[in-house]
Ligand binder design. Structure first.
Ligand SMILES: C[S@@+](CC[C@H](N)C(=O)[O-])C[C@H]1O[C@@H](n2cnc3c(N)ncnc32)[C@H](O)[C@@H]1O
Ligand SMILES: [Zn+2]
Length: 285
């Protein structure tokens, strides 16, 4: 698709869902202007880029998540590293009532989780992905059509109150006040957090068996939702050499500690553990 077309197509698509949006500065409604921007009554203006995403931040934000990290995450996800997780999340969403569902992925990175999950949900789905990293959203928008991609802070999102049926939050920071504002009455937040065995083959080498606990994260989740269900998902994947390199590249924890994982990098293949808690929070059931 030509890049200019991509901007126009994206603006047309967003226009269908314009009632979802609110200005992140003054909170008034936003409308699409000339297939170029979203604009509010106070003239705060947010442009569609040529790749089709919308930028809601007014200054660049430096994060430790760079292009190489997102490429590595993309390669591993496409390779099926998180496939059991996508399936489990889709199963939870399929059980949600209604034939049409709106999903916001907060801290969506390069977008593959949202794209994969939407692809296996058997409902009409509107998928929106936001991330503070321009690199992540640019990559998502270049690769995946029929989704809304935006550079935005998950603590101050550009959406109206009670807009989403499901909020996804996969291995990313949270802001529960904002998530509760955005959820529809019967909506659910699905948060994915590492459990003690997550990537233990890396962690053991880097942190030398310092135990990892997600207790504080889970406690905070419980404090913010009246009803919480949780499920632990544990499995292993055998990775070949190239995938081991992606694994090492996909998390900042290894970057300054390459020597500690050099033995792993030189293996022809390795068995890697994925151990996650899936937390589902609701305020109404
Ligand atoms: C470990 S990555 C996970 C990305 C993606 N969910 C995945 O699993 O591949 C954490 C993500 O949270 C994003 N992030 C951090 N702070 C954020 C904020 N305030 N608003 C939106 N995204 C944020 C980062 O840019 C990064 O993409
Ligand atoms: Zn405004």
């Amino acid at each position: 698709m030509l890049q200019q077309n991509k901007r126009i197509q994206s603006a047309r698509y967003v226009n269908k869902f314009k009632s979802m949006f609110a200005c992140p500065i003054c909170h008034s409604p936003l409308k699409v202007m000339e297939s170029k921007s979203l604009i509010c009554i106070n003239h705060h203006t947010f442009d569609f880029t040529k790749q089709g995403y919308i930028n809601f931040t007014n200054r660049p934000v430096n994060t430790k998540y760079n292009k190489e990290l997102f490429e590595a995450r993309r390669n591993l996800i496409v390779d099926g590293f998180f496939k059991p997780l996508s399936r489990e999340i889709a199963r939870i969403i399929n059980a949600h009532s209604g034939n049409t569902i709106s999903i916001l992925d907060t801290g969506c990175g390069e977008g593959s989780h949202l794209y994969n999950i939407c692809g296996i949900i058997d409902k009409d789905v509107v998928g929106v992905g936001i991330d503070i990293s321009k690199e992540g959203i640019r990559s998502a928008s270049k690769s995946y059509n029929d989704k809304i991609w935006a550079v935005a802070d998950l603590a101050n999102t550009p959406f109206q109150d009670e807009t989403f049926d499901v909020i996804l939050n996969i291995l990313s920071p949270s802001n529960y006040t904002e998530f509760n504002r955005l959820l529809k009455t019967n909506g659910a937040v699905i948060k994915i957090v590492p459990q003690s065995g997550y990537l233990k083959e890396l962690r053991e080498r880097i942190f030398e068996n310092r135990p990892y606990s997600n207790v504080d994260t889970i406690k905070k989740f419980h404090e913010n939702f009246q009803f919480v269900e949780s499920k632990r998902l544990t499995y292993t994947k055998r990775l070949e050499k190239s995938s081991i390199n992606w694994l090492v590249q996909m998390t900042p924890m290894t970057w300054s500690k390459k020597e500690k994982v050099s033995q792993l990098i030189n293996e022809e293949s390795a068995q890697i553990t994925i151990d996650l808690d899936i937390l589902i929070g609701k305020n109404n059931i």
